[in-house]
Design a protein around this ligand. Structure first.
Ligand SMILES: Cc1cc2nc3c(=O)[nH]c(=O)nc-3n(C[C@H](O)[C@H](O)[C@H](O)COP(=O)(O)OP(=O)(O)OC[C@H]3O[C@@H](n4cnc5c(N)ncnc54)[C@H](O)[C@@H]3O)c2cc1C
Length: 134
């Protein structure tokens, strides 16, 4: 007959939580990959919610945002390359479609650098705004 204690309490996992918190786990800071995936989500989603016909102010703010983003992105070598990309390929901010494709091309530049396949930019809007029919 087994001597296992069937009344055993669930394993104590309080050490996984931040001291004093009943909710927040001790999650480590993001690495370059996690930071990248989350940042691309933000960038593509910002492009996907950009107006179809932006005002002069909205165009200006988008250019400023991308410029500042490329200066403060917390991965030095990523930021330097993104800044260079922006310098050589000025962000296209005349419409949502233009910006969405520009962002897709910018992301593909990084994909290629990292040896990853290119994403088909014909599908940027399904991926980041409308979703898929099927
Ligand atoms: C501005 C910037 C510069 C970066 N530079 C570097 C670098 O120099 N070195 C480095 O190691 N990492 C860099 N990264 C991180 C890198 O791009 C990836 O985010 C990271 O490697 C994680 O990759 P992933 O496989 O999770 O998918 P990610 O490349 O993060 O993609 C996430 C999702 O976006 C979709 N997607 C992929 N490509 C496109 C596209 N072209 N258009 C639209 N949607 C797309 C796909 O559904 C994919 O699953 C950079 C990230 C950013 C935001």
């Amino acid at each position: 007959m087994s001597t296992a204690n069937t009344n055993k309490l669930p394993e104590d996992s309080s050490n996984d939580l931040i001291p004093g918190s009943k909710t927040y786990k001790k999650v480590d800071p993001p690495d370059v990959q996690q930071l990248g995936a989350n940042s691309w989500s933000l960038l593509h989603t910002v492009a996907a919610s950009y107006p179809k016909k932006p005002s002069v102010t909205q165009k200006d703010e988008m250019k400023q945002f991308l410029n500042i983003f490329s200066h403060i992105y917390p991965c030095n070598w990523c930021a330097a390359d993104f800044e260079k990309y922006i310098r050589e390929n000025a962000p296209k901010v005349e419409s949502r479609e233009e910006l969405g494709r520009w962002m897709c091309d910018a992301h593909n530049k990084v994909n290629v650098k990292l040896g990853k396949p290119k994403f088909n930019c014909d599908f940027w809007e399904q991926r980041w705004r409308s979703g898929w029919d099927d």
